[in-house]
Design a protein around this ligand. Structure first.
Ligand code: ADP
Ligand code: MG
Length: 236
């Protein structure tokens, strides 16, 4: 396959992916994972601590390249791209949500969401307009002008989700998005992710929370860097 295959309609296509961290001995975090994610899917990536979930999410997000095997993101071969083009690939095709939110504390909710478009060559006015729409989509229009530091944990995660979604990426990847929240706020985030998926967003959610996993139509299970279970593509 060429570096870019426009005929590949999968959002993510991983083939025999390995990630080995050098050391004595080397750590084989991901060992031969093959996985396809199609548009509109909502998939939970499950497994105990240390099973390679975050490593796999970083590879899917084009934040890292595989040691061997291939990761294709929206048809692009991540391993074949140099850093600058990889950054461009990320800016257009992925949104990422982390357990610890990573908001800019001194900025407002709206400004935080607008940063999700910084590398898109969109004017400031347009960034703010799209950010306002994304905040409405996560139920936070009334908090647009509040600084991130003044928001609750659940609200912060909503802002982070809006920031991930504002550029309408091919896929949003979330690493333990409810891990820092109380159960009520966590349930709200799960409901929101389901709703966004219902509106067409493609989501991969890394979690060891069974409530999150139960909300996902497809569940993929990792153990020691290997896929040991996949409930399968819905409708495939
Ligand atoms: P999980 O997210 O499922 O808890 P990780 O992907 O974080 O698992 O880690 C999988 C394995 O890879 C662990 O053994 C971890 O210690 C190792 N690992 C992760 N990142 C690195 C790194 N940068 N260097 C060396 N080993 C790493
Ligand atoms: Mg992890």
């Amino acid at each position: 396959m060429s570096v870019t295959d426009v005929t590949d309609h999968a959002v993510l296509r991983l083939s025999e992916v390995w990630k080995v961290y050098p050391g004595e001995p080397p750590v084989e975090s991901v060992r031969g994972v093959s996985l396809t994610v199609r548009p509109g899917e909502m998939l939970a990536l499950l497994g105990p601590s240390g099973s390679g979930k975050s490593t796999l999410l970083h590879l899917m997000a084009a934040l890292d390249r595989p040691t061997s095997g291939s990761v294709r993101l929206a048809g692009h071969d991540v391993g074949a791209y140099r850093d600058r083009r990889l950054a461009g690939l990320r800016a257009y095709h992925v949104g990422v949500v982390f357990q610890r939110f990573f908001l800019l504390e001194g900025l407002t909710a709206l400004e935080n969401v607008a940063t999700g478009l910084l590398y898109r060559g969109v004017s400031r006015a347009e960034r703010r307009r799209l950010a306002a729409g994304a905040l409405t989509g996560v139920g936070l229009a009334h908090r647009a002008g509040h600084r991130a530091s003044k928001l609750s944990g659940g609200e912060r995660q909503r802002v982070a989700i809006a920031r991930a979604l504002v550029g309408r990426p091919a896929v949003v990847l979330a690493d333990e998005p409810t891990g820092n929240l109380d159960s009520a706020s966590g349930a709200g985030i799960i409901a929101l992710l389901r709703e966004l998926n219902g509106h067409g967003a493609t989501l991969v959610v890394v979690t060891h929370d069974t409530k999150v996993a139960d909300a996902c139509p497809r569940r993929v299970e990792l153990r020691d860097g290997v896929v040991v279970g996949d409930s399968g593509e819905v409708g495939a």
